[in-house]
Design a protein around this ligand. Structure first.
Ligand SMILES: Cc1cc2nc3c(=O)[nH]c(=O)nc-3n(C[C@H](O)[C@H](O)[C@H](O)COP(=O)(O)O)c2cc1C
Length: 367
């Protein structure tokens, strides 16, 4: 097995795979299981100060299946953690004590209030967590109260909130971006201006997973009603890759923790290639279990062997130079075509396809 370690913002990951914020990181028990299974780190389920109201509904998930029954997309209308923040403080402390070499990142979200963000950030830092992920991206529920994606869609708020947190703590800060925006590079750049050390992307994409054709009710159906929710799993990957690529090209030297639809090592490697230094997995683990980490690590290691890469950081952004504009594609194709024609014309076999004078002219350097 190749060395899969990477250091990002001074945080050492024994491998670059993290569980993304969500059900796989809802408490110390499940996070502990993830570390024992071999994950490099966990971004815990988003937490806020205890007086923030969080009331979840059931059912809150919906699946999109292909004709053969495979789950290709997933939707949730889940809120952030409904556990009191004091419980999280205990969890963070005990996790860092039991797994000092594993990375624990606290995900935090609050309303537009400096004192509350700073208190939350300081109290997390005091538990010894390795980093903070600022949730500017929760797509449903909290945006109705100006939090999550509502904040993430406003670069000025992203910058200001990030600067409050940066002022309060020295722990590395990643700002998590919403894909529900026209230009994801605007809030990403705003977070960096506010003092973030890196960016995580993407959260879920606003969606309606389906309508029940018998009852005409949207799904997931709660008391006969529903609300658009967040789309994730494989179907979200092309959008995640596109947005991570955009951020990577815009921010250049700032690390990205990429995610969206990672089910296998192949998906994860694609995220590294478009500029992610670490890769997060949420729905993939919900559908396949924590044991999927074995395939992620083995697949990454054999990819590195195949291409003779010696470290994960060598892969990061390796495919970025191959993205360009459509205009440039047209020019490249015209050039390639001309080259093909001229090289064909230069072969002895081709004499006679055109007039002798025309072929002579093509091969003359000083016409
Ligand atoms: C059920 C569920 C709950 C989630 N809860 C959170 C959350 O509390 N905070 C957060 O930042 N992202 C949350 N997410 C988003 C994921 O962390 C991730 O950004 C998104 O699902 C895309 O990655 P995936 O396709 O690997 O799941 C949640 C996703 C799911 C499916």
């Amino acid at each position: 097995m190749k060395d899969l370690s990477i250091t990002v913002n001074g945080i050492h990951f024994d491998n670059p795979f993290l569980l993304g914020s969500g059900p796989p990181g809802t408490n110390a028990r499940v996070i502990g299981k993830a570390f024992k299974a071999g994950w490099g780190g966990v971004v815990a389920k988003t937490t806020s100060l205890s007086d923030t109201e969080v009331i979840n509904v059931v059912p809150r998930y919906g699946k999109l299946k292909s004709a053969s029954g495979d789950v290709i997309g997933f939707q949730n209308i889940e809120l952030i953690s409904d556990r009191p923040f004091e419980d999280w403080e205990e969890d963070f402390k005990s996790l860092k004590k039991e797994f000092p070499n594993k990375v624990v990142i606290a995900s935090i979200m609050e309303c537009f209030d400096k004192a509350r963000w700073q208190e939350l950030a300081r109290r997390c830092e005091a538990t010894g967590v390795d980093g903070l992920e600022l949730n500017f991206s929760c797509p449903h529920g909290h945006p109705e109260r100006g939090m999550g994606a509502a904040m993430g869609q406003d670069p000025a708020q992203v910058q200001e909130v990030t600067s409050w947190v940066r002022e309060a703590v020295t722990t590395p800060i990643w700002a998590k971006m919403t894909p529900n925006i026209t230009d994801i590079t605007a809030p990403s750049a705003a977070a960096i201006r506010g003092g973030a050390h890196g960016v995580s992307a993407i959260n879920t994409i606003l969606s309606i997973i389906g309508i029940d054709l018998k009852t005409l009710r949207p799904q997931p159906t709660v008391e006969g009603h529903s609300v658009p929710g967040g789309y994730s799993a494989l179907g979200a990957k092309p959008i995640g890759l596109r947005m991570v690529q955009e951020i990577a090209r815009a921010l250049k030297d700032f690390p990205i923790s990429g995610m969206g639809g990672v089910m296998t090592s192949r998906d994860a490697i694609e995220f590294f290639l478009v500029g992610s230094s670490t890769v997060q997995v949420c729905t993939g683990a919900m559908l396949q279990g924590l044991g999927m980490i074995d395939e992620l690590k083995e697949g990454l290691s054999s990819f590195m062997e195949q291409h003779d890469f010696n470290s994960v950081s060598e892969i990061v952004g390796k495919s970025l130079p191959y993205f360009t504009t459509h205009h440039d594609l047209v020019e490249r194709q015209a050039d390639a075509k001309a080259l093909k024609l001229s090289s064909r014309a230069s072969r002895d076999k081709s004499w006679g396809e055109e007039s002798l004078q025309a072929q002579t002219t093509k091969m003359t350097s000083n016409e």
